[in-house]
Design a protein around this ligand. Structure first.
Ligand SMILES: C[S@@+](CC[C@H](N)C(=O)[O-])C[C@H]1O[C@@H](n2cnc3c(N)ncnc32)[C@H](O)[C@@H]1O
Length: 437
């Protein structure tokens, strides 16, 4: 397909998405089924344009003067991908499948200055979250919103249960040329996404992944796991284990000694953990998939560490799921906050005296992060915060110079707030507390 026809396809899919409530992946897949002539390269290019248009939906609609599918797609190609109006029209010329040439109004939209637009427009966030973004990032709010609207790299974690870093890196870089060290974690490999029109690295199809030498895991998530202070022999309860992303990292940090107990309120989510444990060669994980009181009663006051990767709005992962950004509503935030309080209250019971409770979200909203910890510490004297960065550094897994990069992320309660703008990771909140009472 020529690029003009690809842009027309993106317009068609964006139009479908405005009329039907459907995940982007499904809309692109359905379009592909109905247009068999499109190859995998075409579909990836088209999906990339659709996702970029959604990432920048508010600012582009503002600049173009309208939020139609055509305005979003053309605005993205011009304003985000950097093509001039003449270059876009040249793509359309002589291609019967391409959209109509640009109008004068569209040409003006491509170069309109929007620096005086409201913050939520410049930051490409829902209007109702403007205040939260300001609370989280102050003067850097627009910049952070912008970074949350960029494409994310693919990060891999080397699974030291199966391969050392050098061996895994050699194998990964033989397949994915863009592989480099992550600047924050020693065990991390990053496949950067430098070309805005490029295809994301298919990390899950390389042999190193199949052999369990690497896991796909954002560097921020890898750092969060390090906050468990895991060392061989510890007993850790992964209280919100889900599909096991952090469980696998914790298991490797324990070097297959001690025990990681994986539990989740939703046992269906836990199912995905089994093949992952097998591939990773994890032998120190016990999966508990029953009712909490039955499954976990023997662990009350017995755990060295209780790790709570709490349910959250996922605002920190908006780079990867831009459609979720516009779907998020205040009621959902309220629900997540109540769940977070419940998780902290229930999970704390398993921490032994002197043990630690680690609270993590993949959100940048203070309501789900520091506010929840303040409320928790107001309800109990039995826990006190410990500087999360010190715990992470003591793991020995930080890359050279990473501490200096992370220091600006330290906030109240000694917690870390990572973000695409600050650390070029997903937005993670990481707080460590010690049981003193
Ligand atoms: C952010 S996800 C966990 C992701 C997982 N740790 C990983 O790294 O792949 C949060 C999990 O918390 C679980 N959850 C929700 N409410 C809960 C509750 N009240 N108690 C325990 N788990 C809960 C959800 O089922 C969900 O799987």
């Amino acid at each position: 397909m020529r690029d003009g026809a690809r842009i027309a396809a993106a317009i068609e899919i964006l139009d479908t998405l405005t009329r039907q409530h459907q995940p982007v992946k499904d809309a692109v897949r359905d379009w592909g089924k109905a247009h068999r002539f499109a190859g995998s390269g075409d579909r990836a290019w088209i999906a990339g344009l659709v996702l970029d248009a959604l990432r920048h939906q508010a600012s582009i609609a503002h600049a173009m003067g309208e939020g139609s599918a055509r305005a979003l797609a053309l605005g993205t190609v011009g304003r985000i991908w950097g093509l001039s109006a003449d270059e876009i029209d040249a793509l359309f010329e002589g291609d019967e499948h391409a959209p109509e040439p640009l109008s004068e109004a569209e040409r003006a939209g491509l170069v309109r200055d929007i620096s005086d637009a409201p913050l939520h427009v410049r930051a490409d966030v829902p209007e109702w979250l403007e205040e939260s973004l300001l609370r989280a990032f102050g003067d850097a709010a627009a910049e952070e919103g912008h970074a949350l609207s960029s494409r994310a790299p693919v990060d891999l974690r080397v699974n030291e249960l199966k391969a050392d870093f050098d061996k895994a890196f050699k194998e990964v870089s033989s397949k994915l040329k863009a592989a480099e060290n992550t600047p924050l974690v020693r065990s991390g490999i990053r496949i950067a996404q430098r070309d805005p029109r490029g295809k994301a690295a298919a990390a899950e199809s390389i042999p190193a992944y199949g052999k369990g030498w690497v896991e796909v895991q954002d560097a921020g998530s890898q750092l969060a796991a390090l906050a468990a202070g895991a060392r061989p022999g510890l007993q850790i309860l992964d209280y919100c284990a889900g599909a096991g992303g952090k469980t696998l990292a914790l298991s490797a940090l324990l070097m297959n000694t001690g025990q990681v107990h994986a539990w989740d309120l939703d046992w269906r989510r836990l199912r995905a953990i089994w093949p992952r444990l097998k591939r990773a060669g994890s032998r120190n994980v016990q999966v508990h998939d029953g009712n909490e009181d039955k499954a976990l009663s023997e662990f009350v006051e017995r755990m060295d560490v209780v790790f709570c990767d709490a349910p959250c709005t996922g605002t920190g992962t908006w780079r990867r799921r831009p459609d979720a950004k516009w779907r998020l509503k205040p009621a959902a935030l309220e629900t997540r906050m109540a769940e977070q309080d419940t998780v902290l209250e229930r999970a704390r019971r398993y921490v032994k005296p002197g043990g630690r409770l680690v609270y993590v979200t993949c959100s940048v909203l203070p309501e789900e992060n520091g506010d929840r910890i303040t409320a928790f510490l107001d309800r109990t004297d039995a826990f006190k915060p410990v500087p999360a960065l010190d715990v992470i550094e003591a793991s020995g897994h930080l890359a050279d110079g990473a501490r200096a990069m992370l220091e600006p992320c330290v906030g109240e309660h000694g917690a870390l707030q990572l973000s695409p703008g600050r650390t070029d990771t997903d937005g993670f909140y990481i707080c460590v507390m010690e049981r003193t009472g």
